[in-house]
Design a protein around this ligand. Structure first.
Ligand SMILES: NC(=O)c1ccc[n+]([C@@H]2O[C@H](COP(=O)([O-])OP(=O)(O)OC[C@H]3O[C@@H](n4cnc5c(N)ncnc54)[C@H](OP(=O)(O)O)[C@@H]3O)[C@@H](O)[C@H]2O)c1
Length: 275
């Protein structure tokens, strides 16, 4: 893997995070290229990561064993057109992190039978605490899947699905998911302030409680339901709060919310794919 040359098309936030994570994991900077039309963007990669940079997408792609498509979805068709010839000539693995761009659309934009992995990361990837789901088209080999997984693990957890249709549910779960937790944090902070806690105390308590609960769920043996039962004594304070949340239909609200996000993801993909 560290002998492979990886070219990033688009040098924004995600590219910075992935490049930083790869180099921290031992990938040689001289085996990384970043292409972006904007000089400030490539300069920041050159200074921060000491990688090769260019304003020409085709130049970066010409060097690559793996091309990572990291532009915004709206400009991906145009960027794909620019690397089409290099992909046809060198046959790199193409790893797209663009939200909502489906494999058949990428295949059409790139032409031929490219080996494509589509990845859906989420915002905490910017802190190397992301959750990514990957889908590979049938042309991708096991070794190439391992390469794509290593790249995405540079910014957090990476899991696979076999059916690309699951990507809309992934978007609704982990893609939009951080915002659901932010909303819960906001609501708890406001509620704690209404119990007359000073604002700063309310905020710090809620954030640290969220972090502690997430760490217990991720690092411990118990699943969230068992953890919840363990901290809920019958007739106690937690039980009193959970009864309210359950009677207000928290579960049904999340069900409706995730369906709405999944449906929106499907229609955005239709729109993006029309280019
Ligand atoms: N950030 C996240 O948390 C997150 C989560 C899930 C998925 N993603 C996906 O990751 C991709 C990148 O996101 P990001 O947050 O890194 O976006 P970003 O910061 O906007 O980075 C995209 C970069 O690509 C540049 N660019 C624009 N047109 C280009 C072209 N034709 N060729 C090459 N580069 C071009 C942009 O320049 P300008 O800014 O000047 O346009 C920008 O530097 C997106 O497709 C997004 O859907 C991001």
């Amino acid at each position: 893997m560290d002998k492979q040359t990886i070219a990033f098309i688009g040098g924004g936030n995600m590219a910075h995070s992935l490049v930083g994570g790869l180099i921290a994991g031992g990938h040689p900077p001289e085996r990384i290229w970043v292409a972006d039309p904007f000089v400030d963007q490539i300069d920041s990669h050159r200074h921060r990561h000491r990688v090769n940079v260019t304003q020409e997408n085709s130049e970066a792609a010409a060097h690559a064993d793996v091309v990572v498509l990291a532009t915004k979805p709206q400009v991906l068709a145009e960027a794909a057109e620019e690397i089409r010839a290099a992909v046809a000539e060198n046959g790199p693995l193409v790893l797209s992190i663009a939200a909502g761009i489906r494999e058949p659309d990428l295949r059409r934009w790139l032409g031929g039978d490219p080996r494509i992995v589509r990845a859906m990361p989420n915002t905490p990837s910017l802190l190397q605490a992301g959750a990514t789901v990957l889908y590979a088209n049938p042309e991708v080999s096991q070794d190439e899947k391992a390469t794509a997984q290593t790249i995405m693990e540079a910014v957090g957890l990476a899991l696979w699905v076999d059916d690309e249709n699951h990507m809309d549910a992934v978007t609704a779960t982990s893609g939009s998911g951080p915002a659901y937790f932010f909303l819960v944090m906001e609501a708890m902070i406001e509620a704690a302030k209404k119990l007359d806690l000073p604002a700063e105390v309310a905020e710090k308590l809620v954030l640290q409680t969220a972090l502690g609960a997430a760490r217990m769920a991720v690092e411990g043996e118990d699943d969230p339901a068992s953890l919840r039962r363990k901290v809920t004594s019958p007739g106690g304070t937690t039980a009193a709060a959970l009864e309210v949340l359950e009677s207000e239909g928290l579960g049904e609200s999340f069900e409706r919310a995730l369906k709405a996000a999944r449906d929106r993801s499907r229609s955005l993909s239709e729109e993006f794919g029309q280019a």
